[in-house]
Design a protein around this ligand. Structure first.
Ligand code: BF8
Length: 674
């Protein structure tokens, strides 16, 4: 078996050192028994390039690559390193960093564009397979596009026709990618002081595509050679992602597929069932996965599966598609980014359907060793291996495509080999939180507002708010930093908002349940969670849904308190195991929105200390947020807590917190002296 891959693997991974999850460890071991290499083994046998990872290799022209390693013992005096053209280490690292922002912003925003195109088809009634599921959300976002929701008829104000509103919003939304004049509509959703800072610095995005293109131009050989000016464009492009492409993706997905509200599901590979047809949906755009869910749940397909000897159809998600179908339908998450090959190694995956982003090409090699049908669906994301089936997904006949894919999986059930090994690990998880549901949960229909959250931040029961997000990285132990950072935060009364693979990691670990509050939280956060009935770790969706974190922070600002802007809040961001260029774009828009943001694993600018200092210190003067890096997860969380405490002190709410933390002995002393 697997002769293709067997030869190449020099070393194999130690399963225990590779992941904290026992199910993942079992499957790594299983793959090794079958002599099929996985990302964990490849990480053990191939080391990263030390110069490239420090951001100081320039390959932007054919005179290079120019490599500018740091001198042994560091830089004393002037940094004289330069490439053939004279580009300094700062310029090279800034260009590389900027290109990561551009790629990340492009990925999120192109995803958003696809959703906007489907939305326009729906508004034009060109497809019957999708429809507007949440008209209230449409009415809520329409004003941001200057689209009227009321009309005057005979002097009376009436509700405007919803189809008309949809069409106007769809056209204006799609225009955000390439409009010739003006600025992004959503920039004004930010708190006013933040918008004013962007305006003053000249970084309000003009349109989404232009900001990405401009990074590519500026970082071409011989253009922008001032790292501060390059970072300025990083900010503008990243804002076009966070407050543009990603936010539009989230909003339009909510309009089309429904705004998530809390629901319960399960997480980890144990959700697969030996006696069911198992279909893994992997990638990012819910435009595909929504239809697969609908097809797999249809009576006809279930009956067809039963006619082939299966008890039913089990869907499972990997990566952000997992988050999308989890938050809207309660479809279980099979695993994170690093578990994608392992889903096939179970031997129980009848089909894996992928679209865009975070998909390993090695899936095709692993699928060759099993009966699994690997199906690509997106015109921009194909694979060269000949065992991969391409079924192009089109919104005009989406249900037909989805049914074809599900049928293919069902027909493949009988080809399953006898060697099925599904690790029996899974955890219950509550997901589906968002700006709207947090408001509802904390205030109910009677008093739905962010007031309760603000009140508890001010009185210190909630010490602060953290957004912990992002990928896995095969260079670090799978899920270890994610879980350690989150546990340390909630232990110290910091409520966590999670998305992406961190959200799946937390779900697998059982942290997305209200009961977690009792076991892992500090006393203040526990009290709030138990009173309101929410988990201390709130799952807000996929990586494009980091826009929900921006909007939740904006709601906290708007609901009132001693703060005026996001940067004043006792809040911090984190990506403990990042790997994707999208993570860099997210980090940059968090920082440019005023959030202190800590990355784990390593930072891709360490080879250019002056440029890094600019990101880590000086950026704070512009927007109130800054980057930081700490690989050790406990120290990482403590940096975030220290920042939160600093903000509490600046706001004058540190005293309130001390009062809350008094133990019983202190209280008795007080009572005795009264
Ligand atoms: O967009 S967290 S590994 S799945 S990049 Fe990819 Fe990272 Fe996972 Fe989603 Ni986000």
């Amino acid at each position: 078996m697997a002769e293709v891959t067997k030869e190449k693997v020099k070393k194999v991974a130690d399963p225990i050192a590779a992941s904290i999850d026992p199910g993942t460890q079992e499957l790594i071991r299983r793959a090794q028994e079958l002599e099929i290499d996985t990302v964990f083994d490849r990480a053990a046998s191939m080391k990263p390039c030390n110069i490239g990872m420090q951001g100081i290799c320039c390959k932007n022209c054919a005179m290079g690559p120019c490599r500018l390693p740091l001198p042994k013992g560091g830089i004393e005096g002037e940094d004289t390193r330069k490439g053939l053209c004279g580009a300094t280490a700062n310029t090279i690292a800034a260009r590389n960093f900027a290109r990561m922002v551009a790629a990340g912003a492009a990925a999120h925003s192109d995803h958003g564009r696809s959703v906007a195109e489907v939305f326009l088809s729906v508004a034009r009634k060109e497809t019957r397979d999708y429809r507007i599921k949440d008209p209230d959300k449409l009415l809520a976002i329409a004003p941001y596009f200057d689209v009227a929701t009321k009309v005057e008829v005979n002097g009376e104000e009436m509700d405007r026709d919803i189809d008309e509103i949809a069409l106007e919003v769809a056209e204006k939304a799609l225009n955000e990618w390439g409009k010739a004049e003006g600025e992004l509509y959503y920039a004004k959703r930010a708190p006013e002081p933040l918008y004013e800072k962007w305006k003053k610095s000249g970084v309000v995005p003009r349109n989404i595509d232009r900001e990405v293109v401009e990074i590519m131009h500026r970082t071409h050989m011989g253009v922008d050679q001032d790292y501060k000016n390059i970072v300025k464009q990083c900010t503008r492009a990243s804002l076009a992602d966070g407050w543009g492409g990603s936010m539009l993706a989230t909003d339009l997905q909510d309009v089309l597929f429904g705004t998530p509200y809390p629901l319960q599901a399960e997480s980890n590979m144990g959700v697969l069932k030996e006696d069911h047809v198992n279909i893994i949906v992997h990638g990012h755009e819910p435009v595909l996965s929504e239809m697969i869910v609908a097809a797999a749940q249809s009576k006809e397909m279930v009956a067809y599966a039963q006619s082939k000897g299966a008890k039913g159809i089990q869907l499972g998600g990997i990566c952000c598609t997992a988050n999308e179908i989890f938050q809207r339908h309660g479809v279980p998450q099979a695993g994170t980014y690093l578990q994608q090959e392992l889903a096939i190694i179970t031997g129980a995956c009848d089909a894996m359907v992928v679209d865009i982003q975070c998909v390993f090409q090695n899936l095709a090699n692993v699928a060759k060793c099993f009966h699994t049908k690997l199906i690509t669906t997106h015109p921009i994301a194909k694979m060269e291996q000949d065992n991969v089936i391409h079924i192009e997904f089109d919104e005009h006949h989406a249900m037909e495509d989805a049914t074809r894919i599900v049928k293919l999986a069902i027909d493949n059930f009988e080809n399953r080999g006898s060697e099925v090994m599904i690790p029996q690990y899974k955890a219950t998880a509550i997901g589906g939180f968002g700006v709207e549901s947090i408001e509802y949960h904390l205030g109910g229909t009677f008093r739905g507002s962010y007031y309760t959250l603000n009140d508890n931040i001010i009185n210190g029961r909630i010490r602060g708010v953290a957004g912990v997000v992002g990928c896995n990285n095969a260079r670090t132990r799978h899920n270890e930093a994610h879980i350690t950072v989150v546990k340390e935060l909630i232990k110290n009364d910091v409520i966590v908002l999670t998305t992406g693979c961190n959200g799946i990691a937390c779900a697998m670990e059982g942290l997305l349940t209200p009961e977690t509050a009792h076991v892992f939280c500090g006393p203040g956060l526990r009290e709030v969670c138990e009173t309101v009935g929410i988990p201390p770790v709130l799952h807000l969706g996929s990586c494009v849904d980091n826009s929900r974190i921006l909007l939740a922070a904006t709601e906290v600002v708007k609901a009132g308190g001693p703060w005026k802007d996001i940067c004043d809040l006792p809040a911090a961001g984190s990506a403990p195991e990042w790997m994707s260029e999208k993570a860099i774009s997210i980090g940059q828009y968090f920082v440019s929105s005023g959030v202190y943001t800590v990355f784990g694993y390593h930072f891709p600018t360490v080879g250019a200390p002056v440029f890094q200092e600019y990101l880590f210190k000086e950026m704070e003067r512009l927007y109130g947020g800054k980057w930081d890096f700490e690989a050790d997860p406990i120290k990482h969380a403590r940096l975030m807590i220290a920042h939160i405490d600093k903000k509490r002190k600046e706001l004058g709410i540190d005293k309130a917190r001390e009062r809350v933390l008094m133990d019983m002995a202190d209280r008795m002393k007080l009572e005795a002296s009264a």
